[in-house]
Write a protein that binds this ligand. Structure first.
Ligand code: SF4
Length: 467
């Protein structure tokens, strides 16, 4: 029997196979770090009197706690300021490369690394952050780890792990016009549920996936964790190689040729068997929006908010009723009738250059609806910001009435000054819509940049076809 892509990468990093059901010891190629989950790991190393085993395979950035305006002024939040200065001190003491706020390569941990070419096919990549699955878009085995594991990787560059199960999600056929990567992944999560991928590495396959750009593939893999999966992967191909070629950390010359030769072997064998397999027909997909308080509570934009009494399963019925109460929505309301206060375009899911181009193309020549309080456009990394400004996208956003911000996690989570206030309703291109995720009492509808932009124009949840 052949091997899946995930099994091949695992096998290539095996330091020691565990006996009698014991965990394997896996070599880790790259660990990404940020201010929130690293302090305890550094402290543990300090207390043990140890140094990082391979400091050149660790790299840090500042993202969760950073403000996106007035970045030259002292951080207004004391806890955030402490976390950022602690990271800076730790990186200096242990010799870890850091891209701090204000640096041209600073940005969300899952955005800056691919841009630098640090994320490459066949690598094992970890970070104390669940959306590390993003890097699987390159055919890397990338997953989030806990704080004690961060310390373990710093000290040994290895991790003790039991092999993950494998799952194939096939998206066959061609996507209809106006349907994007975000719609695909929201539809997948709605189909398999927030626990559908639990314990598995999902490999996304099929014609619709193969046709996606790297930015779009990252959007898909990013949200694997929202389906409960440990990681998401897409086999590397010419699209991947084209994206990587010439990036600062990509191999060069003879090393590039050797790397591509190896990367081409990183695909699931025809006779490999997945533990689980699900297939979607791309032609059936539409723009997708969440109505509830987990990423699986979503529906096509033309649907109505569910009526809990009509849901047969008791757990799902109760969950829907409680979500609708929090979201302040009447059962049966057409999704397109839902008015929105705030629009957030950004995050490690949809703050890349293609996302900003897509939103700008829709906003161009329009102005935000009067009923919309604010439109935040936040590039995922400083390089994305610079590129967008080079292309004049910032001007389009400002003319539209949007706020053009510096890079960071921003309103994806309520850990920095960009927050929703209680009761405020936001259409967001981020990945989580849990209660209070964007600020206490805030209500989040997840959607694509295209849907967010169209909503900003009309004031109610809309897609570009409605304009
Ligand atoms: S943008 Fe959101 S999901 Fe991504 S790393 Fe930041 S806080 Fe986490």
């Amino acid at each position: 029997m052949g091997s899946t892509l995930a099994e091949k990468v695992w096998a290539d990093h095996l330091v020691r196979k565990g006996d009698d059901g014991a965990p394997d010891l896996l070599y880790i190629d790259l660990m990404l770090m940020h201010e929130v989950t690293s302090p305890q790991a550094f402290e543990g190393l300090r207390l043990a009197g140890r140094k990082p085993r391979h400091v050149d395979q660790l790299i840090a950035t500042e993202d969760h706690n950073t403000p996106t305006v007035d970045i030259d002024r002292p951080n207004p939040d004391e806890t955030s300021a402490t976390q950022l200065t602690t990271l800076e001190r730790n990186c200096e003491e242990f010799g870890v490369r850091l891209h701090p706020l204000g640096d041209a390569d600073q940005g969300i941990v899952h955005a800056f690394a691919p841009i630098l070419g640090l994320t490459q096919p066949g690598m094992t990549i970890v970070c104390g952050d669940s959306h590390t699955s993003t890097h699987g878009a390159f055919g890397a085995l990338a997953f989030g780890i806990g704080t004690s594991e961060v310390e373990h990787v710093m000290a040994t560059q290895t991790l003790s792990l039991k092999p993950f199960k494998t799952m194939a999600v096939n998206v066959e056929g061609e996507l209809p016009e106006g349907v994007t990567a975000k719609d695909i992944i929201l539809a997948i999560i709605a189909k398999i549920g927030t626990g559908g991928g639990q314990g598995h590495v999902i490999e996304y396959r099929g014609e619709a996936i193969r046709k996606l750009s790297m930015d779009a593939r990252m959007t898909i893999c990013n949200m694997s964790i929202e389906a409960g999966a440990r990681a998401g992967m897409i086999a590397p191909d010419e699209v991947t190689f084209e994206y990587l070629k010439g990036r600062p950390h990509a191999p060069e010359g003879e090393m590039w040729d050797k790397a591509v030769e190896y990367w081409k072997t990183l695909k699931t064998d025809d006779d490999a068997v997945f533990d689980k397999e699900v297939t979607l027909n791309a032609a059936d997909l539409q723009p997708f929006v969440t109505w509830g308080t987990n990423p699986g509570q979503g529906a096509p934009i033309t649907a109505t908010v569910p009526v809990p009494e009509q849901i047969a399963d008791e757990t799902a019925r109760n969950a829907a009723a409680s979500a609708l109460k929090y979201m302040g929505l009447e059962p049966g309301t057409p999704i397109k009738d839902i008015p929105v206060d705030t629009v957030f375009i950004g995050s490690c899911t949809n703050g890349r250059i293609e996302d900003l181009r897509e939103a700008a193309a829709i906003m161009k020549g329009h102005h935000k609806a009067e009923s919309i309080h604010r439109v935040l456009v936040v590039p995922a990394s400083s390089r994305v910001r610079l590129q967008a400004e080079k292309e004049g996208l910032d001007r389009i956003f400002k003319d539209f009435g949007a706020e053009w911000r510096n890079a960071g996690c921003s309103m994806c989570l309520g850990m920095n000054p960009d927050k929703l206030v209680p009761g405020e309703r936001c259409i967001s291109t981020s990945n989580r819509n849990f209660e209070g995720r964007q600020g206490k009492g805030g209500r989040t509808h997840l959607a694509s940049p295209a849907v967010a932009a169209a909503t900003a124009i009309r004031g109610t949840i809309s897609c570009p076809a409605d304009l």
